[in-house]
Design a protein. Sequence first.
Lengths: 337, 602
Amino acid sequence: MGYHTIVIGGGVAGMQCASELLRQGVAVTILEKESELGGKIRNWHKLFPTFTPAEEVLAELRSRLISSPNLAVRTGCEAAKIASDRVVLTSGEVLECDSVVVATGFTLFDAKVKEEYGYGIYDNVITSADLERMFNEGAVRLKSGVTPRRIAILHCVGSRDEKVCQRHCSKVCCVTGVKQAMELKRMFPGADIFNFYMDIRMFGPGYEEMYREAQVDYNVHFVRGRISEVSPTIDCRLQIKAEDTLTGRPLKMAVDMLVLLVGMKSNALNENLVAECGLKAQPSGFMQPRDSFLHNVESNREGIFYAGAVTAPKNVGESMNEGTAAARAVVEWLAKR
Amino acid sequence: MEISDMTFFASFCIPFIAGASIMFAVIAVKYISWLRNLPRKDWRLIAKGVFSMSTLRALWEVVRESLLHRRIFKVDARLGYMHMSLAFGWFLLIAVGWAETVAYLGFQWVPLQGHVFFKYFVPLNGITAHKPVFDFAMDFLLLFVLSGVAMAWLKRLRSRALGMRKTTNHILFDRVALSALWFVFPLRLLAESVTAAIYGGGSFLTGGLGRLLDSVMGEGALGYAYEPLWWMYSLALGIFFVAMPFSRYMHIFTEIPLIFLRHYRLRPEAMEKSYDNFEVEACSRCGICIDPCQLQSQLGINEVQSVYFLRDRRYNMLQQKIANNCLMCGRCEQVCPVGINLNTLRLNSRSSMRNIPHEGRYNYLRGVDRSLGEGRVGYFAGCMTLLTPNTMSSMKRIFEAAGEEVWWADKEGGACCGRPLMLSGEVDSARKMVEYNKSLFAKHGITTLVTSCPICLKVFREEYHLEGVEVLHHSEYILRLMEQGRLNVGREQGATFTYHDPCELGRGSGIYDEPRAVIEAVGELLEPEHTRHDALCCGSSVANTAISDAQQLKIAQGVASQLEETGAQTIVTACPLCKKAIARGATRQVADLSEIVARCIK
């Protein structure tokens, strides 16, 4: 056909979209701001609910892209301005094209904003992303080098929290919390693991079963209540205060490690898409598709498409599906034009 | 002619006489009922103050504020002139007018309308001699007042021309009174000018306008206009007087007793009381409180400002959504030309609407106290500081460096200071917290109580009555440690800071210099545009339960950008709530005062 599409973002959605476009004969340029493709799951250990290694998924996605003469991958560069026929990079370089897919994903919530949880202040307060990195490194240790014996996992850090203006649910953290609790339990069978939650939202196939398995087979404890504050104890552990809202009683507990399940924030670059490119965002900051049902991978501007978590929190499978859907929408649009 | 033979009545005087009688009667009824219902404590204060220097000081303030309007001049000279020309000008017209009748008739009793419509009665009683000096003085004063009226008209059309971004949105009743007042002086000018044209007299203004009217209209037409103009003047006065006690203009006669009572140390309190009537009705609805309100400037909320709160409270139509939608930052109180205690009045309104203590809710206070240890100094972090642990750990380092034995008051047993409940009007519930904490403090024998939360500080100082315990904000405490040489800090080379005055610390507790002195000991301090008394509110005030987090964030962003304009590397504040609020809206580092000190300890 001789068409050229620019895919902005080389995460799972962007990679899947690119491979689908290539398969249909469209030339693709992927713009990736990091030094290599893969996006957020590059730093992830295993994916719920099957405990599939993230690297396995990435390897397959990479192999679909390899050896296509129609693909150009530009790493280490960012888009400053987007139109359907051109993308201007932050370097000032202009790339011509016939359509654009925005697959820029999300930004992880910065746990330091919730100062009361002590991230960056106390040694053994970590985020879910830090824990995945530790899993990849093969060892979860306290700062002192010893293994943790009691771990608390706090859900909804930067999600469903009006105080930090993040009203939306990040959707994947609940099941991530369950998954990480199980992985920790496999690593430290003798450890006590407590998940502090508001609701447990098990929306996907196999998730609810996982949640039950965590309780029945892994003996992970679930406490309904948000942790209000964290302070250090004399012996360098962490004292957490919470309310067990099922019993209606305040609760204090000393733990060795606190894992914060950080939520998905709308991508920090979305503001620029709204201000500079005439695209629309939702009140949550995530981009607004043209229609939630019939045109959910299209933007409000002709020739600009969305795929993945740029429009809402999504899991890996959903993001990849959107990559495929966006590719198909691009091809249809190019043919009709 | 002998004065006993003179007439000082004409039928056109009836509206004026009726209006003035109604006005004085209503005011008398109001005064009597307000005074009668004053609590005994307030009466004792009046009895103590009335024969003291306070009375003279109050009298001087009445001249300064009710006549000259010095405080409005401070806000804006144009506004000040407008209010002064109306108030002081009208007062002088009455005073000089009285002197004029004395000059003509000697010290004789003349009925009120005789003074007010003197120019009408002069020819009526066959007096032909004129007194040009008085004519000139009265014309001059009338011109003075008219210039104020012209400015008032202009202000309605274009408030910015008089230095106000927004002016009050008046209710119908105020508009009637306002219109009547606007017509009083132009009608007086016309009536007196026509009188001067027909009977002579008048100076540059009334005489001049009279001659002009005469040449344009002819003497016959003037004769027809003569009586109707005096009627209209009298009617305008009458309407204004009837409307006055029920409208904003009640402030004219309420501000004066208010000034005296205030000098006798009467104040509004946590619960509504009769004295509040003097404060509420002394509001002239000038609207000067609107512009400083960030709910207005940042969020476009237009119906909650103090002027509207007082109006609604006065007419018994106050709703919770108005009473609760206020940051209590005190920026309006700072500029109120009448000096009304706006925050206290709003609080006691909230209390009247909301103070229903829940008896079971605070049972948990029994069994909370697991406190141990002793110390000369007690440190009360406060709930918000517990949520900003960087401040806690910094204070810990400061205490250690100074070698202070500290008892951590709220680590193992402290409860909330009670002020958030007070701010929401739940005074009785708050008292449970106060009593609990007081007994906790007493148990550990502290002599100094340090807190890093200005919200707690204010309630400790004003409501706790901690005899024998000195209450200090951590900014005061840190500065004292430095001055005593117990805390040695080094300067951070090239470090620049800007300081955000927390409302509760600055306007609330008058602490402006101590935090600045501490900052200047560790680096360079750059002042933002709005600072000290004029400092902005961070927007997350616990006093406001009405606005959303997104609205709070918008205010915080406004504050943060103004602080960042200074170019300082770090935004410093001395309140954990402000810190959290500004950090949400800032792109630069936001730190508590204790943090920047702790990292410079030598």
